[in-house]
Design a protein around this ligand. Sequence first.
Ligand code: FAD
Ligand code: DLZ
Ligand code: SF4
Length: 509
Amino acid sequence: MTARLVLVLGDQLSEGLSALAAADKARDVVVMAEVTDETGYVPHHPKKIALVLSAMRHFAASLRDDGWTVAYSQLNDGKNSGSITGELLRRAQEYDTSEVIATRPGEWRLIEALDEMPLTVRQLADDRFIATLDEFDGWAKGRKELRMEYFYRDMRRKTGLMMEDGAPAGGKWNYDHDNRKPAEADMLRSAPMQFTPDEITEEVLSLVERRFDNNFGTLRPFHFAVTRGQALRALDHFVKHLLEGFGDYQDAMLTGDPFVNHSLLSPYLNLGLLGPLEVCRRVEQAWKEGAAPINAAEGYIRQIIGWREYVRGIYFREGPDYTARNILRHDRKLPWMYWGGETKMACMADAIGQTRDEGYAHHIQRLMVTGNFALLAGIDPAQVHEWYLSVYVDAYEWVEAPNVIGMSQWADGGIIASKPYVSSGNYINKMSDYCKGCGYSVKQKTGAGSCPFNTLYWQFLDRHRQRFEGNHRMGMVFRTWDKMDAERRAEVLETAEAFLARMDAGQVV
Ligand code: FAD
Ligand code: DLZ
Ligand code: SF4
């Protein structure tokens, strides 16, 4: 019998992948390919490229150890065609076959490219998630609003995670209310687990250094897990040392502490080295053993079986044009500070600086600092999307786009977020220590030295008044705006306009 090709993409590094499960080890050939199309569709952070390539090389080695034939293309191979479809065609010739078994990619671009191939490509469902896409669509169908909270409850029921006799453990579905504490700098707080690069990773690091030196981001030191075994150790480390405080400090931001109590497990979940259910079961077990409080365990599990599954459902439900949505018609160019240019805003400098160094920022930094600023300043959401897809090691379109286009930039018109995530400097001041070391004053509401978030916030609301004043969750803020005297309002708007003009002119703001 002729061999079939079994495609394994860089973010499909799971032993139980549907394409592998449908294939025959004795007959078929696994195709894995490092290609310039994938390393270049956005200027990925060098750490992200290194992580994907090293994890791919380690995964190929483990497949070979397990008895698979693997046709692996390295980026520098002379015959490398530069694309996934090109490599499939090349291997099809080499193995004299026209059949491909694939697991559906996490991006419309590649799904469409595989669909259009002159080979017979079977795209199987990606079953490394808790909800199937049909299940999500079934849940969404006929609902006026697609609120994550209700989807999450269904996922709790489905998995039985933290459920007792059909009811949520502790009597409440959601302990978010307890998860809003600011954090203090703590020298004793653990950091996510770090791994020393082995020979394979070192080789990849040299390759990335040579080829992607101009991309935004610092390559070394590189400490990510690149195998399933290491990712499991990272999970264990998080549960033992950081989970306990995860709930309390979930929204906290601290200068120079990129991780606080966050897990840094998204890169491994998204590559397929860890499965969402095994991670949640491990967290549930810690809670059952009394090693983690209920608000930490529930909060963590909600992020994975709630948010992660929900945004994936939205991405595939909304279709390939989702990333082009721009309901607020924002068109400002992404300012240079996002690519490392100087800024006087301490919160932006810290969030972007750690993004450059670590390829990581936690949820509240992404949402309420860099995302909030982009939305308030009216940046083109397509450029914001490209930035997030480039700079984070965990960024793949199925998860990044709904978070950016939907949750953060409200460019989908409110499918994900019932109201835009915007705030003045007050929120950042409450949840961080940034403002103490800032060139602007968070207390100052107008004038050149005032916190830009303070004035841009009102300017955004004023600009989009027609759209948002009828939103029942936003009536209060418009009333507050209206109560300010006219002179004050004019001063606020003038300060905001002057700030944007300075930024557009390329001045350091
Ligand atoms: P933790 O805080 O430890 O959370 C645990 C896990 O929950 C994460 O590992 C992740 O798998 C999951 N999770 C939490 N929130 C979300 C969410 N909103 N959507 C999906 N999964 C979630 N996450 C990505 O995985 N890739 C992205 O490209 C991405 N882009 C984002 C862009 C913006 C503007 C925002 C606001 C959020 C984005 N997120 C993204 C969600 C979230 O910020 C990251 O999942 C999280 O910061 C990863 O770090 P962690 O593993 O330390 O997370
Ligand atoms: C992100 C990424 C990078 C940087 N490089 C590769 C690669 O060389 N080969 C590959 O198969 N996958 C890579 N990936 C992951 C893909 O971009 C990812 O599979 C798609 O975006 C779908 O989620
Ligand atoms: Fe950010 Fe404003 Fe605080 Fe400065 S004062 S750190 S710009 S919120």
